[in-house]
Design a protein around this ligand. Structure first.
Ligand SMILES: [Zn+2]
Length: 287
């Protein structure tokens, strides 16, 4: 069954507001001819959301799924990293994690736990799922969903940090500028370097977990979560769709074709349960 699944899979990501610290790369310098105005509604600026925050967000969702099935996952941090509190690492190890890389003696010979196999990060192993950045563009006709792109608007938000002292009458102390993407809707492209049924099962379950927990602070994406950013609607786009069907998902004027509905049933009833079962068995086996 896994041989019918293309190693390139797509996760639909929709969010009203995404703040990725200061790390959104934009083409504003090209677009503006040097006359860029933050608040100009005519801004037609695209950019790139780096893979790093997306990857951490997905990984966390997958780790939670592993925990739900009573498994432990590789800790995302190095054992010798300087944690803010010494006991944090120890506490995590009691709480569904094992030391990063402890699940494999030799990462080149032995796969380790499923989270390690997918994300790597130890002994020079890159992980078997390649996470790409998302290129976004405010002009929908320029968005190529089959290449993992999204419609979205770059915005620079300005926030005044005001004095808390009553005597100061909320006098602004400083102004903070934050890079944000508004009204993001598109595809995140993931490529498996090697296909295994449990990989697809864990991806499907992890993405569902994130969607169900999207308003939990821990499972929001990026920064500024206290201000309502990073609440993401997400789902795995049916891996059985071909390119034309993938594009149709984003065509607001068109519904699913009959063929797409059939593929949805096939995915839900035949494929997905097999992959989730493979994941369950893999987690049960232990790292
Ligand atoms: Zn591990």
């Amino acid at each position: 069954m896994i041989e019918n699944i293309d190693p390139d899979v797509f996760v639909r990501i929709q969010t009203d507001l995404l703040v990725v610290g200061d790390s959104i790369m934009t083409d504003r310098h090209h677009a503006s001819n040097g006359n860029y105005q933050d608040d100009d509604p005519q801004n037609q600026i695209g950019g790139i959301i780096p893979a790093f925050p997306l990857s951490g967000w997905l990984r966390h969702g997958m780790e939670e799924v592993v925990h739900e099935y009573d498994g432990t996952a590789c800790h995302p941090g190095e054992a010798n990293a300087n944690f803010m509190k010494d006991d944090v690492y120890e506490r995590d190890l009691d709480d569904g994690y094992h030391e990063k890389g402890a699940c494999t003696d030799d990462p080149k010979e032995d796969d380790g736990c499923v989270v390690f196999e997918l994300f790597g990060g130890f002994g020079g192993v890159p992980g078997k799922v390649m996470r790409r950045p998302i290129k976004f563009n405010p002009v929908r006709s320029s968005v190529d969903y089959t290449r993992g792109q999204a419609e979205g608007h770059y915005r620079r938000l300005n926030r005044n940090i005001v004095s808390r002292n009553a005597d100061d009458n909320r006098e602004p102390l400083r102004n903070v500028e934050v890079d944000a993407v508004a009204h993001l809707d598109g595809c995140w492209h993931l490529s498996f370097r090697e296909m295994k049924p449990e990989f697809v099962g864990l991806l499907a379950e992890g993405v569902d977990f994130l969607d169900e927990h999207k308003t939990d602070f821990m499972h929001q994406l990026g920064g500024a979560r206290n201000f309502g950013a990073g609440i993401v609607d997400c789902h795995l786009i049916n891996p059985l769709y071909d390119e034309r069907e993938l594009k149709r998902v984003f065509d607001r004027g068109k519904d699913n074709t009959k063929k797409m509905d059939e593929k949805d049933d096939q995915w839900a009833e035949e494929y997905r349960p097999v992959f989730v079962e493979a994941m369950e068995e893999r987690i049960e086996e232990g790292p």
